[in-house]
Write a protein that binds this ligand. Structure first.
Ligand SMILES: Cc1cc2nc3c(=O)[nH]c(=O)nc-3n(C[C@H](O)[C@H](O)[C@H](O)COP(=O)(O)OP(=O)(O)OC[C@H]3O[C@@H](n4cnc5c(N)ncnc54)[C@H](O)[C@@H]3O)c2cc1C
Length: 318
């Protein structure tokens, strides 16, 4: 193996949780495969810090990457991968992972295992495991050409202990690239909470809330009390109780938190498609036969309008 390259994403210089998760996993795989881990950073960020989680080297592409650009990102990563020739490239399954990574795989004549939730070393190569059919079964994916690209769902791996020395950094100027797009305005999300796709805790509400007011006064305070991001079923979104960006599921966002609290959500297959891989699922539903209970780690049969305020008070007091 000539190495594992991690695409370490950051927001205005602060590395995302996913960058650390991927580095930690890459370091463990590299030990098994007797190879090394390097990282690539686009734009202004403390690249050397990645050494603390196992990056032996960091390639720092200098240039303006403050606003995501398909052309600039693809060109920069293409230049780094062509120069470094890694055997494996890992990126988070978020905007860059969904947009630039498949383009690069096509451009370089190789393949990509998308949305994997686990990676392992086997027979001298990296194998990814991805959920299929809304999480009903899993497929093991091995990319037969190099580099093997994998995009990994956020929260699939624990945060590593950061104890290593700073990594040596090689600077590279961003190659010229244009996709003919001019960004006119950037709008920040309306809430200050963590984006659903990377959230560690999520509290979601369903149609059972019956009004936007109830959603705002029951679900949002519960989420705030436990430091969670708010999610919703499509029925709740369609009814106007929650925003489209808050929808979880097949036609919404795919999430992978440590804790998913489903309040008055039946557990339709399309909703499960978005949250089934959550590590701990807590369901509150007044119907003991609700399908969500088949997937819940803990289930509470009862009226959410009675249970939610009690949970909110208990979490707020703890
Ligand atoms: C192509 C397609 C794509 C779809 N994509 C998505 C998607 O991305 N995400 C998604 O969520 N859905 C999606 N759906 C819709 C999905 O099929 C369900 O209709 C939807 O998930 C139901 O939302 P719900 O659980 O909030 O509502 P319901 O199915 O109506 O369930 C409400 C639940 O609340 C319980 N309840 C009622 N009152 C209370 C109370 N007071 N206390 C406790 N429990 C109570 C009920 O027992 C029931 O189980 C899609 C459907 C299609 C056809």
């Amino acid at each position: 193996m000539s190495g594992i390259l991690v695409v370490a994403e950051h927001d205005a210089g602060v590395f995302r949780r996913t960058a650390w998760e991927l580095l930690g996993k890459a370091a463990a795989l590299a030990t098994e495969l007797k190879t090394t881990v390097s990282a690539v950073v686009l734009g202004d960020a403390p690249a050397a810090d990645l050494g603390s989680a196992g990056a032996a080297r960091v390639i720092h592409v200098t240039g303006d990457f403050a606003t995501y650009s398909t052309a600039a990102t693809t060109a920069a990563l293409n230049a780094v991968i062509t120069a470094e020739k890694p055997d494996v490239v890992l990126a988070a399954s978020a905007t860059l992972g969904r947009d630039a990574i498949p383009r690069l795989a096509a451009r370089l004549g190789t393949g990509v295992g998308t949305e994997v939730t686990d990676l392992r070393a086997e027979g001298g190569a990296v194998v990814g495991r991805r959920p299929l059919y809304s999480g009903k079964c899993f497929a093991d994916v091995r990319v037969v050409r190099a580099p093997a690209f994998f995009t990994v769902r956020p929260n699939s791996f624990p945060q590593p202990t950061r104890s290593g020395a700073p990594a040596p950094v090689t600077a590279m100027a961003a190659p010229a690239a244009s996709d003919g797009v001019t960004v006119l305005e950037k709008r920040a999300p309306s809430t200050a909470t963590v984006d659903l796709t990377v959230a560690d805790r999520i509290v979601s509400g369903g149609r059972s809330l019956k009004s936007k007011e109830a959603f705002d006064t029951v679900i949002r305070p519960l989420a705030a009390s436990v430091g969670a991001t708010v999610g919703a079923s499509r029925a709740a979104v369609d009814a106007g109780y929650a925003g489209h960006s808050e929808q979880v599921g097949q036609t919404g966002k795919v999430v992978n938190p440590t804790l998913y609290l489903a309040m008055g959500i039946s557990g339709a297959i399309q909703h499960l498609a978005g949250m089934r891989t959550s590590k701990v699922i807590v369901a509150v539903n007044k119907d003991p036969e609700a399908p969500i209970f088949e997937h819940a780690t803990y289930g509470l049969v009862g009226d959410l309008f009675e249970i939610a305020p009690k949970l909110t008070a208990a979490f707020a007091a703890s």
